[in-house]
Ligand binder design. Structure first.
Ligand SMILES: O=P(O)(O)OC[C@H]1O[C@H](OP(=O)(O)OP(=O)(O)O)[C@H](O)[C@@H]1O
Ligand SMILES: Nc1ncnc2[nH]cnc12
Length: 170
């Protein structure tokens, strides 16, 4: 199935000049949703994964479904002040300025084999911050799997040394 058919381009969202990739048509269509989930499971290829780690908020659409299907636990990475328990924090660069992501300190055990999932890889700043947090907690990153890679933004460069997959590339 050609998943790209289910991605809607929205110009000038959330700011003028941005071509936003809207994944909600894919989520809305059960065949496309199932095909995407099956493709994510195929990327795991039977490797042992202890935890799937995804970032708020669009990483939460597929992250828990992938975890359930491959027999792993799910770890939410959230924006500041949202997680109730003690957290590891990581600052990361945005287009303008910086932001922070947080993960619970007990979410990853030393030696855990981790799959990182998000919907979109753009500049790679978000994923790089999650890589740092997982590694700080002692996790081993097996791969990073995205629905979409905006390749013209060179996000993969920030993730050099890791296996990075995407179902759709622009
Ligand atoms: O590769 P980067 O340049 O870091 O960008 C990618 C991130 O941007 C989007 O999240 P956003 O911060 O818009 O939050 P949302 O998922 O809550 O919409 C997307 O879901 C990724 O997490
Ligand atoms: N162009 C884009 N479309 C959707 N999500 C994004 N996250 C960062 N850039 C994005």
């Amino acid at each position: 199935m050609e998943l790209q058919k289910y991605i809607r381009d929205v110009q000038d969202f959330p700011k003028p000049g941005i071509g936003f990739k809207d994944i909600t048509p894919l989520l809305l269509n059960n065949e496309a949703l199932t095909a995407a989930l099956n493709a994510f499971i195929k990327l795991v290829d039977g490797q042992k994964i202890d935890k799937v780690v995804s970032m708020e908020s669009r990483g939460f659409f597929f992250g828990p479904m992938i975890a359930k299907e491959i027999g792993a636990g799910f770890v939410p990475v959230r924006k500041p002040g949202k997680l109730p328990y003690k957290t590891i924090k990581q600052e990361y660069a945005l287009e303008y300025g910086t932001d922070v992501l947080e993960m619970h300190v007990d979410a990853i055990q030393k030696g855990d084999r981790v799959l990182i999932h998000d919907d979109v890889l753009a500049t790679g700043g978000t994923a790089e911050a999650v890589v740092k947090m997982v590694e700080e907690a002692g996790g081993i990153i097996v791969q990073l799997d995205f629905l979409i890679d905006l390749t013209f933004l060179n996000g993969k460069k920030k993730l050099a040394g890791h296996t990075v997959n995407a179902l759709i590339e622009y």
